[in-house]
Design a protein around this ligand. Structure first.
Ligand SMILES: *Cc1c(COP(=O)(O)O)cnc(C)c1O
Length: 227
């Protein structure tokens, strides 16, 4: 097996272990392979090993890779920063967007989603405690954003995404992920049916799974260190 195939096998095994420890069904946890900065051949290798969902963070880097991989039925997830001049390309080429942080961007994505494609599956990026304040919506503002995004015709609001401040302390990791899960529960009590918690990266996905993650976004542990 290739290194990428072995890394995928180890990551899937770690996901299964974390799910079992939490008493959760492993089939409710999707592994998103974050392929940013890695070449098309690395993605093909992961695909051959069975991986189907891939995440990219930069539109300019992603588009040529998506074109080169057009022969494969990959579900592409956009997980990076959103700029208004890039929304058209994202709406046309991705199945998911995890990083919605303001209504104006969501409105553009909905208006620009091609009519022949299913609704764009979206998550709101929430800023939980300790996090760099540049990314994500404050917890206090999530409810209003959710209401507005849920009303957009060509988006399907699926849940929340978070990137807590990196820490090796598993107690702190779990506390941050628990906050995200609590915000989701509060929204669902308001009448939403959010089924997605996109949280957990290479260094903290077991803690995220313990707190209910349904998508873990793993790059380094699959493809190796980025430059
Ligand atoms: C790069 C990135 C990841 C993957 O991070 P690793 O630490 O390499 O697993 C996950 N989520 C987002 C939003 C990223 O930008």
């Amino acid at each position: 097996m290739t290194t990428i195939a072995l890394n995928l096998q180890a990551t899937n095994a770690a996901i299964a272990t974390a799910a079992a420890a939490a008493g959760r069904n492993v089939n409710k946890i999707k592994l998103l392979a974050v392929s940013k900065t890695f070449p098309v051949e690395a993605i093909r290798e992961a695909y051959r090993a069975g991986q189907r969902d891939f995440g990219e963070s930069y539109v300019q880097e992603a588009l040529p890779k998506l074109m080169a991989l057009h022969d494969l039925p990959i579900d592409w997830h956009y997980i990076g920063p959103l700029q208004s001049n890039k929304t058209r390309a994202i709406a046309a080429n991705f199945a998911w967007v995890h990083s919605i942080d303001r209504l104006s961007i969501a409105q553009r994505l909905s208006a620009q989603r091609p009519a022949d494609l299913p609704p764009l599956q979206v998550c709101l990026q929430v800023n939980v405690s300790g996090e760099d304040s540049k990314s994500g919506v404050a917890a206090a503002d999530i409810s209003a954003l959710a209401a507005a995004v849920a009303a957009l015709p060509h988006l399907k609001l699926r849940g929340l995404m978070a990137i807590p401040a990196p820490t090796d302390d598993e107690v702190a990791q779990r506390a941050a992920f628990a906050q995200v899960a609590q915000i989701q529960q509060a929204l669902n009590q308001q009448g939403y049916a959010l089924d997605t918690l996109s949280m957990g990266m290479s260094h903290d996905f077991p803690a995220a799974i313990a707190e209910g993650a349904t998508i873990v976004r793993v790059g380094t542990a699959i493809f190796g260190a980025r430059d």
